[in-house]
Design a protein around this ligand. Structure first.
Ligand code: DGL
Length: 264
């Protein structure tokens, strides 16, 4: 029998999904959480679908051993390529994240929108289906952010290399009159200030973190799995299978947490 105090499990190829953890923790502050950063195998963005399935299954099994009550696939690349497989294989509820392309296609005024995501996300059937469904007369300028995830994983957010890649990728999008830019990778919200400095404040930057948190709330509520216990001390465990340095740095503002090296 699943208890409401059981943790929510979250996984990503690395530290990126902590941006989703933040949105979830803000909306659901009474939930215990276990986060897996599969840094050893990052990036997923240029792996084959078979490799992404294999890693997603390993992460899921590890989280199931920790008795999680729900799993958030905090990775656009894994969601768009393999969430169907996970839902078919396991009984536990899965919440996925996909690029927020639908709302921007419905709201654009200039009929040009940009998206920055990994190569595997942009090639996935799920992304191609969504982006072709609502885009009559709208041009989507999609750019793969090759190299960005690796730099974030290496703690090089403020490096010259990062600035160079961002200018190059964003320049290819902003030569068109886009009014929205979708961040289609959970690592990228950590680059939001840098991106804003390059593209200016007239282009709205959109990600899916808040939508994922709301969906998590709805599913837990519907399954009577919300943790209503406000008195017990919560735990937030973050496990990395390679190196905990970047997690430590990015989560330095989070007070209640435990960051460990684990093998999975
Ligand atoms: N954070 C990921 C995503 O949302 C994974 C990126 C990667 O490992 O390439 O797509």
């Amino acid at each position: 029998m699943m208890k409401t105090t059981n943790p929510i499990g979250i996984f990503d190829s690395g530290v990126g999904g902590t941006t989703i953890w933040r949105d979830v923790n803000e909306l659901l502050p009474f939930e215990n959480t276990i986060y897996l950063a599969d840094n050893k195998n990052a990036p997923y963005g240029r792996k084959s679908v078979e490799e992404i399935i294999e890693r997603s299954i390993i992460n899921t099994e590890y989280l199931l051993q920790q008795n999680v009550k729900l799993i958030i696939v905090a990775c656009n690349t894994a969601t768009t390529n393999v969430i169907k497989v996970l839902r078919e294989k396991y009984d536990i509820p899965f919440i996925g994240i996909e690029p927020a392309i639908k709302p921007v296609l419905l709201n654009t005024k200039t009929n040009h929108v940009g998206i920055l995501a990994t190569e595997s996300t942009l090639k996935s059937e799920m992304y191609l289906n969504t982006s072709s469904r609502y885009n009559e007369n709208i041009e989507i300028h999609a750019q793969a952010g090759n190299g960005l995830v690796q730099l974030i994983e290496q703690g090089k957010i403020d490096s010259e290399e990062m600035q160079f890649l961002l200018k190059d990728y964003l320049g290819k999008i902003t030569k068109f009159p886009v009014d929205y830019l979708v961040l289609g990778c959970t690592h990228y919200p950590y680059l939001k200030n840098k991106i804003e400095n390059i593209i200016g404040s007239n282009i709205k930057i959109v990600d899916s973190g808040k939508a994922v948190a709301k969906q998590t709330y709805h599913v837990l509520k519907q399954k009577s799995l919300l943790n209503e216990n406000k008195t017990e001390i919560k735990f937030h465990d973050f496990y990395s299978n390679l190196n905990t340095d970047t997690l430590e740095n990015l989560l330095s503002d989070v007070l209640v947490k435990n960051i460990e090296l684990r093998s999975f």
